[in-house]
Design a protein around this ligand. Sequence first.
Ligand SMILES: [Zn+2]
Length: 273
Amino acid sequence: MNKPSHYFRNHCATMNSDEEKGCGTIMASFEERLQKLQSILDEARSVVFFGGAGVSTESGIPDFRSKDGLYNQHDVQFDKYPPEYLLSHSCLYDQPKVFFEYYRQKMDVRTIEPNITHIKLAEMEKAGKLTCVITQNIDGLHQKAGSKKVYEVHGTTQRVYCDRCGKEYPSDILFTSTEPVPHCSCGGMLRPDVTLYEEGLPHEAWENSINALAKADVFIIGGTSLTVYPANTLTNYFRGKHLIIMNRDETAQDRYAELVFHEGLGEIFSRLH
Ligand SMILES: [Zn+2]
């Protein structure tokens, strides 16, 4: 296959709306885009992957913001609260019983397994291609698949600590504790190391992400619509050559990508070697 590289580029920005449907990146067939992606990866020295909810949906974890996502699975007793409140700092500290009841019902990922995307990314890291995974997900599935360098920009359900003395606890204590609000032996409240609404992002994970991006030659974004700040600013820190976007729906940054996939992540990653 000897297509000029611009064949894969997206020229939507210069087209009128009638022409947009068949533009640039999507015009090349799935097979052609896969081949192109494989050749980019074969030559890559430092790949960074940034993933959102779409990475975990194929493991059975609902997307928080999609139509069928977590936010729409209202149980009767939670109906009076907006979902953003139930995962907020205010809820944890003002109504901890409500917070932990919701958390136990909705955030228990103990039986969820990594899917092919997690597994392939872990293999790519092991092979020395992938520098790190940056993730908005809090489910720990990348580590479960074997990834070592994972920067969790929204924290993780897999770490639990006392908010008074800082002592760490096994993460399943929040699900196995008989206390409605679980406590440390010091009397402080236990909490997941998840970035709740009204809380700042973990500084170190963000700094590490930006540093890795600045050195990467390939940046793959998968399973996120790139609408949430600050995730939508990550591409600003990428100085490399190849930007790849994989998401079911169009994203605001598709036009900047060399390759765009609207196929499922599993369909794509299962074909890479
Ligand atoms: Zn304590």
